[in-house]
Design a protein around this ligand. Structure first.
Ligand SMILES: [Mg+2]
Length: 387
């Protein structure tokens, strides 16, 4: 069975019953989050002030000769859609639908003249996920069965976000805080960061794990100073403390704080930087994003690299979509999933969409049943992507 067409689309879900309103504004409405632009006063206060705001999600529809189609999802709007529609799509039409490794390798190599990382690897992700969805539909199996079958029947999910009282109330047993301050905030920032973690520990007690996400905001020195200051709060891990290109910096942090569990990877692309980190054991947990790193095919390679180094993979955002859950269900070394915690007052069962998050129970998730990624998307909701 050959690929007949590849196109970018958007999914318009019909209005359902209105979601309940949050009982207070979520932390993300107002909170300052340390980030790589924090050194520029004009953009320091609020992360969304510099992030691209006109780039929507991009869905990819790959259709086989018999009319069966698969759907994949990625980010970065028209820029990403242009790579898929103008470059990859016409050159993949006519390839075997099930030759996913070959198609991945073709996209990886086709993108060389302008670079495979970033938006190009997001474009690869969208096509790759659609091919996996199609493969599952053609073989009438969920993707986790194509990967060898479920390795676990429940996936432990942790909540991301600073509304830890609410996350505790709805049953999460691990929470991840966004760190507000970085090197430009000096000693006062260090103290405020400590206060945030101390308050969270006081709120959740000793039975719930706490992690700290640093969103590429620090340098080596700041990472070490903050980790030493926070040691008494027993962080499960510190995440993404350096800009992703500073691979040697990751080795330096590992050497200076060998006792701290370290995690990174959501802004790294293709398996190569993960192989670098694994070889040097510079982090303990690899966190690729299945929608950006190169899709499920790249994540599967990263899981194998991690396994050979005795490391774990916990997908960025992977608890939020069916795409990530299928990989996390199937691999031996993917113990947890990330879940962007619902705003205060909204329970996880009222926070689902047809492609995720899945329903969370007792801090655990599992993919919804169905062939491919089990996406509950009607054909009539699929519309052309506005270029
Ligand atoms: Mg993160």
């Amino acid at each position: 069975m050959k690929i007949q067409s590849i196109r970018c689309v958007q999914i318009r879900v019909p209005e359902g019953k209105p979601r309940p309103k949050p009982t207070r504004p979520p932390w993300s409405d107002e909170a300052e989050v340390a980030n790589p632009m924090s050194k520029f006063p004009r953009y320091k206060r609020y992360r969304p002030s510099w992030l691209p705001d006109r780039w929507s999600s991009v869905w990819v529809q790959v259709t086989a000769e018999d009319g069966t189609y698969g759907l994949g999802m990625t980010s970065f709007g028209r820029a990403c859609a242009a790579i898929i529609e103008d470059h990859f799509a016409p050159r993949l039409v006519g390839e075997e639908c099930l030759a996913i490794e070959k198609c991945w390798d073709m996209m990886f190599r086709m993108s060389k003249p302008y670079g495979t990382v970033g938006i190009a690897s997001s474009a690869i992700s969208g096509v790759d996920l659609a091919l996996w969805d199609l493969a599952g539909k053609l073989q009438r199996k969920p993707v986790y069965e194509l990967l060898g079958g479920a390795a676990r029947d429940r996936i432990f999910a942790y909540a991301t976000g600073n509304d830890v009282d609410w996350q505790k109330e709805i049953g999460f047993r691990a929470v991840k805080l966004a760190c507000p301050y970085g090197p430009t905030d000096g000693l006062r920032g260090l103290e405020e960061n400590e206060r945030l973690v101390a308050r969270a520990r006081e709120t959740v007690g000793d039975e719930i794990e706490i992690m700290l996400d640093c969103y590429m905001a620090f340098d080596v020195e700041y990472t070490v100073r903050l980790a030493e200051r926070l040691r008494r709060y027993r962080l499960k891990w510190m995440e993404e403390y350096l800009i992703p290109e500073d691979l040697d910096g990751h080795v330096a942090v590992r050497e200076r704080i060998p006792w701290q569990t370290l995690a990174t990877g959501e802004h790294m692309y293709t398996p190569f930087p993960f192989a670098f980190l694994a070889q040097r054991r510079a982090v303990d947990i690899l966190q690729p994003d299945i929608h950006w790193v190169g899709g499920l095919t790249a994540c599967r390679k990263i899981c194998a690299i991690a396994e050979a180094a005795g490391l774990e993979v916990i997908l960025h955002g992977g608890g939020l979509t069916q795409f990530g859950l299928h990989l996390t269900a199937a691999m031996p070394n993917t113990p947890w999933a990330e879940y962007w915690g619902p705003p205060p007052g909204i329970r996880p069962e009222d926070y689902t969409t047809p492609w995720g998050p899945a329903v969370m129970q007792d801090s655990c998730l599992f993919p919804t049943p169905g062939d491919g990624f089990g996406l509950q998307i009607e054909e009539s909701w699929i519309e052309p992507f506005p270029m």
